[in-house]
Design a protein around this ligand. Structure first.
Ligand code: PCA
Length: 212
């Protein structure tokens, strides 16, 4: 089994993005699955385009994207992608769409086809706070989750697709009193546990073929 795991470059004035740091530090194999790593620009159209280029090149069984969700205290396994771009701040190329669809004419939403409950339970079992989330926001992360799923349905049906938001790093909140954070070690542990849950075959597209 092969999983493409993506992280994002820093955005919104931050100098770090824990999602990129987690992805860069992942081992090349988790639970027997080969891990392909990719860091995405935090840019509206460019990010999903890069994901789909990597899908074409590597033919993964699943794509798992990781992003930073400042303000959240727990690791959030996203369940829903909505067809809405409504950016609170500009992305790293200055795009700031308001009330626009991700894909004109596309369905209002997609539900992820990764085993979100098993992923949350796996993360909690390794001692890290985790929850299912029903909103990936309306910024670049949601855009990537929606657009990649849309493109996979069209061009690579059966490939799994999901998203995990992780909190700020402690170093990012030293000047943001009251904001929650999570150490890089804990976020790493969470992402590895979630990958294990995907590999363990709770994932519809891997049922009966749970890894190599
Ligand atoms: N988080 C942003 C985009 C990139 C990232 O890491 C988001 O939640 O949309």
């Amino acid at each position: 089994m092969k999983i493409l795991v993506t992280g994002f470059e820093p955005f919104g004035g931050e100098t770090r993005n824990p999602s990129a740091e987690v992805v860069e530090r992942l081992p090349d194999t988790v639970a027997g699955a080969e891990i392909i790593k990719l860091i995405l620009p935090t840019v509206r159209y460019e990010a999903p385009r890069k994901v789909m280029q990597a899908v074409k090149e590597h033919c993964p069984d699943a794509v798992l994207s990781i992003g930073q969700a400042g303000g959240r205290a727990a690791v959030s396994v996203e369940r829903v992608a909505v067809n809405l771009d409504d950016y609170r701040i500009p992305d790293n190329a200055g795009n700031q769409p308001a009330d626009e669809p991700v894909v004109p004419g596309g369905p209002d939403a997609y539900l992820t086809n990764l085993p979100v409950k098993a992923m949350v339970e796996a993360i909690q079992r390794v001692g890290v706070p985790a929850q299912i989330s029903l909103s990936a926001g309306t910024f670049v992360c949601n855009h990537v989750l929606y657009q990649v799923r849309h493109d996979l349905e069209e061009r690579h049906p059966g490939v799994g697709n999901g998203f995990i938001h992780i909190p700020f790093l402690p170093e990012q909140v030293v000047d943001k009193p009251g904001q929650p954070s999570m150490s890089l070690d804990l976020s790493m542990r969470a992402v590895k546990a979630a990958i294990c849950a995907v590999v363990e075959g709770n994932c519809p597209m891997t049922a009966g073929a749970t890894g190599d």
